[in-house]
Design a protein around this ligand. Sequence first.
Ligand SMILES: [Zn+2]
Ligand SMILES: [Zn+2]
Length: 315
Amino acid sequence: MTEPIGGVLVSISTIIQKAPQKSVPPAPAQGLKVTILGTGSPAPSMDRFGPSILVEAGKQKLLFDCGRGVTQRIEQNKVPFAEVDALFLTHLHSDHVVGIPDLWLTGWIRGRTIPFRVWGPAGTREMMAHLEQAYQFDIHMRRDVDEKLPSQGVVVLAKDVEQGVVYENGGIKVTAFAVDHGPVKPALGYRVDFAGHSVVLSGDTRYSDNLVRFSEGADVLIQEVMDLDAFHLKNPSVSRERVQTILAHHTTPEQAGTVFARVKPKLAVYSHIVPPDASDLITLTRKTYSGPLEVGEDLMSIEIGDKVVVSRHNL
Ligand SMILES: [Zn+2]
Ligand SMILES: [Zn+2]
């Protein structure tokens, strides 16, 4: 489903181009810069915040998922809140959306003057409308009574999307595709293409042929993963049966290796790591895949140009 870019978006890019330049180094003009803001899952971890990935291409900054602590990671990464162009959601599980009110409202307090745009699977519009209701007091106070913040900055533009091209602007193309998160439907992955380079984000999924199909030719594949034995060791009170049910929603390292072996990306990266301290991911993946592989860390950045360059951030 193609979302034509109308006058609203054109005027938004104009505003962004006029914004004063900050000291943060820009993404490379001809490549993609991917920063994994949070590599975690529902488990509250101090090292792995909730799932979220920032993709910078040209002048645009697109965010994928908005888990716990995203606002802090954006601040740590020195990304001006006003410059986050749009948020894309893979699915509506709470670990992927629980950071939205913070990003939306704190981003407004920190200077966003344009609407907050959210694309996601069916139910996204409704969820965002409910959030607007839930935060009515704060919105009214800051907009109408106290700070008199710009009214446009708190407006939400939300759209439900399905598999297909969902965003095209400034040479960036974002394609959503269906993945298999067990009974949790709809669940999407995303592919971002820019200047001949590409990154694929698996979203939450078990092994999915559609993920392999949409990843064809991708430079970088960021994949969720669950290590069943490590999870069980960490959570001995959870029954083996329950763990199997959880696993039926996710991908084992061995299965992820099979995905990577079929896609052959220049780099495969794990994020949404369950449990957060799983330590055997590389060894287990090597049973089925021998190519380039990284276990993601919060604020790890991946520059995708002629080469793929990974940088770590000391938290
Ligand atoms: Zn999740
Ligand atoms: Zn999920």
